[in-house]
Write a protein that binds this ligand. Structure first.
Ligand SMILES: Cc1cc2nc3c(=O)[nH]c(=O)nc-3n(C[C@H](O)[C@H](O)[C@H](O)COP(=O)(O)OP(=O)(O)OC[C@H]3O[C@@H](n4cnc5c(N)ncnc54)[C@H](O)[C@@H]3O)c2cc1C
Length: 448
């Protein structure tokens, strides 16, 4: 039995880990087109500053990533974010702390008195009668009102998905929130009921001593498979009962193939196998996003907190600023500070694709306008993603049900990446584990 895993991001690596753990006898080859594994999990060291090109870490309130960290022997490098980083800010027309308690919310200048009354009325808003999908904006306007939605949901969705409330499906992007309405009749009702049931913290942001790449390196050494880096798969074909994979001018045959690459890359590989499936994959939208990191040898701002997110109404060119050196240890050398600025997303897609020099200027201006910092950075880092984060549009879940039904027709072919059922690291790991179990189950059942 030979399995090919195409893509060496967290989805491909986690899938490989779980298959190799359950069935060390199976021959697995993982193909990664870049020189280094990790995909969107990539830490770059610039003059002793550590900048994350993509994900910063993961929340501890879901079990799968923590379990993977433990099982791969990486607990010794796991670190938690500083308690002071719980403090977050929103920039509307001014910088304001995100209220952390009902009292702070009542006193917050982020929304008006009538906006707060409307939020309180959520308790009496009847649940939606059907299960049809809607945008996060429609959901927010219906349940908590326009003002709350335009400030809090708008900033939050920019920070998580680089999207805007009117362009993202609430069912696909925030299933837990929809579940509160469906199961308890409303958000407040659901939160109160859940609080009674599950006492405990909501989750802490976790990462690794030397950044997420340290975990990727350790994880990829925690199991024995063949890993081919600098090896882009260019063709996938069906040859009788096998799959033929072509990479680096070489053809190899496999019994099973797991595609852990972005949906548009899958579309390219599956075009000649099933053009309808390829079209569905190509139609999964992605948001462009760029990251500009600044390191400061001497910055007066205390960076006391996690950072800030802007609202669309603020009309700023930046989506937000993460105060990196305050979130985790080791991101900046002693007594130095660092931040990362997010630019683009669905709010301003073209900005993400500007030149490095333009992105740096946008980031400097954004920091000046939102944090009143005009200190010139001593170290600069830039990363640009033309297609960075999948943007689950309305109807995404139904489209995925159809897509996964159709892919079942191709025995031994699997899709596992952030394009389908969640973009966070926790979702990627959890879905990879499910995919690995499915593969193993099918192998085991074919023996009898
Ligand atoms: C800027 C940014 C910030 C983020 N921040 C967070 C965060 O703080 N917390 C969080 O939980 N999530 C975060 N995310 C989301 C999370 O990082 C991603 O969803 C996750 O890392 C995706 O993993 P993946 O393996 O599914 O895909 P990818 O990481 O995209 O991996 C796919 C891999 O496939 C390879 N590949 C593509 N085509 C081929 C081919 N033909 N042959 C061989 N290899 C190929 C690519 O080179 C890549 O390595 C962030 C994402 C971005 C972009």
């Amino acid at each position: 039995m030979k399995i090919a895993i195409i893509g060496g991001g967290i989805s491909g690596l986690a899938t490989a880990f779980y298959i190799a753990k359950a069935r060390p006898d199976i021959e697995i080859t993982l193909f990664e087109k870049e020189e280094k594994l990790g995909g969107k999990m990539k830490t770059q060291e610039v003059e002793d500053f550590l900048f994350e090109a993509g994900s910063n870490g993961f929340l501890s309130n879901k079990p799968d990533t923590l379990e993977l960290v433990k099982q791969s022997g990486c607990d010794d490098i796991l670190i938690r974010s500083h308690d002071s980083a719980r403090k977050r800010f929103i920039y509307k027309d001014f910088l304001c702390p995100l209220p952390e308690s009902p009292k702070a919310f009542l006193l917050s200048p982020l929304i008006s008195f009538s906006g707060k009354v409307r939020v309180a009325c959520e308790f009496f808003v009847p649940p939606k009668k059907d299960n049809s999908d809607e945008t996060l904006q429609a959901f927010g306007y219906r349940r908590v009102g326009k003002e709350m939605s335009d400030v809090f949901l708008d900033a939050m969705v920019a920070g998580i998905f680089a999207s805007t409330p009117n362009k993202i499906s609430v069912n696909a992007a925030f299933p837990a929130v929809v579940k509160l309405e469906q199961e308890y009749g409303g958000l407040f009702r659901g939160m109160l009921a859940k609080k009674k049931k599950e006492a405990g913290p909501g989750g802490v942001l976790m990462s690794f001593e030397k950044g997420v790449s340290q975990f990727i390196e350790r994880l990829s050494n925690a199991f024995k498979i063949e890993i081919k880096t600098n090896c882009s798969v260019v063709t996938l074909e069906i040859k009788e009962t096998k799959y033929s994979v072509k990479a680096n001018h070489q053809e190899m045959l496999f019994d099973k193939v797991i595609l852990s690459i972005p949906a548009f890359e899958c579309a390219h590989l599956l075009q000649n196998i099933d053009s309808s499936i390829a079209t569905q994959l190509r139609n999964i939208e992605y948001s462009p996003i760029s990251i500009v990191g600044f390191g400061y040898n001497d910055l007066a701002h205390d960076l006391e907190g996690f950072g800030l997110l802007t609202t669309t109404s603020a009309q700023k060119e930046i989506l937000g600023v993460l105060w990196d050196s305050s979130i985790f240890n080791n991101r900046a050398p002693l007594n130095k500070k660092s931040v990362r600025v997010m630019i683009g997303g669905q709010r301003n897609p073209t900005l993400a694709l500007k030149s490095d020099a333009e992105l740096i200027e946008i980031a400097k201006k954004g920091i000046q306008e939102t944090m009143a910092v005009s200190t010139a950075p001593d170290v600069i880092f830039v990363e640009r993603y033309e297609k960075g984060i999948p943007n689950y549009t309305v109807g995404h879940n139904a489209k995925m049900t159809k897509l996964f039904d159709e892919i079942k027709e191709y025995k031994g072919l699997y899709l596992s990446s952030n394009a389908y059922f969640g973009v966070g690291l926790n979702d990627c790991v959890s879905n990879s584990k499910k995919c690995a179990h499915k593969v193993i189950e099918e192998i085991n059942s074919s023996l009898f």
